[in-house]
Ligand binder design. Structure first.
Ligand SMILES: [Zn+2]
Length: 439
């Protein structure tokens, strides 16, 4: 035996041991035993009440808030200093699409991207979203396999990202907004996803199968959409009987249903069928306002999507098709007016951006638009905390800071109740007790 071999073997063993020691750190976020004491300059623990407390300690252990104490307490070495910052619960965006961002090559990309590609996109976009302060999101439309894998990977601590409720495939009638447009017939058939139904019985089947595949909630398209190439307007697409079948089946399986809807008839038909929430709601009317309030349904106005597509429509070099461009030009400006009417009428509003239309990580731009629609900064913060939590069925988990709630919190410089745009510059992000950003 060469005298050099034991030394080489020892070096190899040392390298392997060092690598093995790294593996747990790579596989899951570092765990810290015992409580940690977060010293907070100003604290908005419960946006429902809106009280801002000064010089507070948030005690966190095992991923949860265990206590809120007056003054700065805690053991040295286990404290986190946010004494010069404003702290509030982690934000919630109830309408994102983490698998992609819209762009000029969408039609081509649909033919070349796999579900795995979309999941990898989602890894990057989930991180941007979390670092922007959004610790919980609802993904309202993505390939089933891609978004369910991303959701489960984040939940298992394999990669950083917000807690995700995922709808997976968006349910649509045949020939409706969620069908494919602009491809050759054989290409259309090859790209088709299992997301289409016609008739009440067929739609019941589709809801059951979507839940079977792993959907946390059901998303449907109740009307035409802005960014489809269908020159079919934005009015009701599912029949009343189909809407009722979808909502009843989802509710029987313990799932909420939310509907993409722009046109008045589609909005009201879905609300009459006891749907839980409307995404966009562009042409809702006084009947809609009454239905929202009567049913306790939520409006997710997605003003940032309206702002984004109106910008594209105004661009002479826009990549939008003529049909999409005409719709975008009218829908964008109408959305702000819609939110103003809905808010003034007392419709419950939950925060949602439709990010993926706008850039991921820009989610907090929605706050300024909500304020432009007449919400106070506190009301705007509520939409992304207590309201969105209630809308998504997570009111006992996220949206406020109290003993037993998830230790999801963010910190900003300045006072978001004076200037809501400070939420576009989040300095500190903790999700389930793990720090993901600390500037
Ligand atoms: Zn959307």
């Amino acid at each position: 035996m060469s005298p050099r071999r034991p030394a080489r073997a020892r070096a190899a063993w040392l390298a392997l041991a060092a690598w093995l020691a790294l593996v747990p750190a790579l596989a899951s976020p570092p765990k810290q035993d015992g409580p940690r004491y977060i010293h907070v300059g100003r604290l908005l623990a419960d946006p429902a009440g809106g009280q801002v407390l000064s010089r507070m300690t948030v005690v966190v252990e095992g991923g949860r808030v265990v206590d809120l104490r007056e003054g700065y307490v805690g053991t040295p070495g286990q404290t986190i200093d946010l004494s010069d910052r404003f702290v509030l619960p982690g934000l919630i965006d109830s309408h994102v699409h983490l698998g992609h961002e819209n762009g000029p090559d969408d039609k081509l990309l649909r033919t070349v991207r796999s579900a795995a590609d979309l999941a990898i996109n989602g890894v990057a976009f989930a991180r941007l979203t979390l670092e922007a302060g959004f610790t919980t999101v609802a993904d309202l439309g993505a390939e089933n396999e891609a978004i369910f894998a991303l959701r489960d990977g984040i939940a298992a601590g394999k990669l950083p990202g917000p807690r995700i409720l995922a709808a997976g495939n968006v349910l649509s009638p045949h020939g409706g907004e969620g069908d494919l447009f602009g491809y050759r017939g054989d290409v259309t058939r090859a790209l088709q996803r299992p997301n289409l139904c016609s008739g009440a019985d067929d739609c019941r089947r589709l809801v059951r199968q979507q839940v079977q595949r792993g959907a946390d909630l059901i998303k449907i398209v109740a009307t035409g959409a802005v960014l489809s190439d269908a020159d079919a307007g934005v009015d009701q697409q599912f029949t009343d009987a189909e809407l009722q079948a979808i909502v009843d089946t989802a509710h029987a399986l313990g799932r909420r249903v939310t509907a993409h809807a722009h046109g008045t008839a589609g909005v009201n038909a879905f609300l009459r069928a006891s749907g839980d929430a409307i995404e966009h709601g562009t042409w809702l009317d006084q009947d809609s306002v009454a239905l929202f309030k009567h049913n306790g349904a939520w409006l997710v106005p997605t003003l940032l999507a309206g702002d984004t597509v109106a910008g594209w429509a105004a661009d002479p070099d826009s990549f939008l098709s003529p049909a999409a461009k005409a719709k975008a030009a009218s829908v964008g400006p109408a959305m702000l007016e819609m939110a103003r009417r809905a808010h003034a009428g007392g419709v419950p509003i939950a925060f949602g951006t439709d990010s993926g239309v706008s850039r991921h990580g820009d989610n907090a731009r929605e706050f300024g638009l909500l304020v432009a629609a007449g919400l106070t900064p506190l009301e705007a913060v509520r939409t992304a905390t207590v309201n969105a939590a209630a809308h998504l069925g997570l009111a006992d988990e996220v949206g406020r800071l109290a003993p037993g709630m998830a230790a999801d919190l963010i910190a900003v410089d300045g006072d978001p109740l004076q200037d809501v745009d400070v939420l576009r510059r989040v300095r500190f992000v903790m999700k389930a007790g793990v720090i993901h950003k600390d500037q």
